[in-house]
Write a protein that binds this ligand. Structure first.
Ligand SMILES: [Zn+2]
Length: 214
């Protein structure tokens, strides 16, 4: 399909007010790193003529949407993201919209380094064929860059997972977990020039491959 007839929405991860989403040494903060990566991907895809939007750019919700309850605030954030995506779907037609939420994985929340590492992509537990195809395109692009891949089993490239933004958006939607914020080797790589380049490129290449196959 023509690149102008598809809207790619990039999803940023989390918020600054959310508890510990960072490397044990504080060098990588998921919500900040994710926004930097999202911004770069958007700029580069736009320079190539693609139509790109970002679901939520600020680091935190506006004051009047913040809450004493982290759970309430989190639900407001997720609803805001889903409403944004579904409004674009309503305007453009859901089949002409792609949603890619970009995260960094973690295996613990104890502030310590851990062994698990590598790259994975998630789809909703009731994912459409298109969501699975989008996930496969991103997986293939990540693998081509030589990243260590995490798969549920040898033949399956994506993990089905109950995630609010995947379950409730109407268009093809995936969530990428770009290595681990609590694995030292992964963090060193993510923060390197090469690492940032690889994470950006795999999304750009995977998204383009999906759009071209429509
Ligand atoms: Zn995350």
């Amino acid at each position: 399909m023509d690149k102008n007839s598809v809207v790619t929405i990039l999803g940023t991860p989390h918020r600054l007010r959310e508890a510990v989403k960072q490397s044990p040494d504080g060098r990588l903060h998921e919500c900040i790193y994710g926004r930097e990566i999202v911004k770069e991907i958007a700029v580069k895809l736009q320079a190539m003529g693609y139509h790109v939007m970002i679901d939520f750019e600020p680091l935190d919700l506006p004051r009047n949407m913040q809450s004493q309850s982290p759970k309430v605030e989190r639900q407001r954030e997720l609803a805001l993201r889903v409403n944004f995506v579904n409004e674009v779907c309503r305007q453009e037609g859901a089949k002409n919209v792609v949603y890619v939420s970009i995260h960094v994985d973690a295996s613990g929340d104890d502030g310590k380094w851990h062994d698990p590492n590598g790259w994975s992509v998630r789809v909703s537990t009731n994912a459409s064929i298109q969501s699975k195809r989008l996930a496969n395109c991103l997986f293939d692009a990540a693998k081509a860059h030589g990243l260590r891949m995490r798969q549920p089993m040898a033949q399956q490239k994506f993990w089905p997972q109950n995630l609010y933004v995947l379950n409730n958006t109407q268009c093809p939607a995936v969530l990428t977990e770009n290595l681990f914020q609590d694995n030292l080797d992964d963090v060193d790589f993510l923060l390197s020039d090469e690492g940032r380049h690889v994470i950006e490129r795999l999304h750009i290449e995977g998204i383009i491959k999906y759009i071209e196959s429509l």
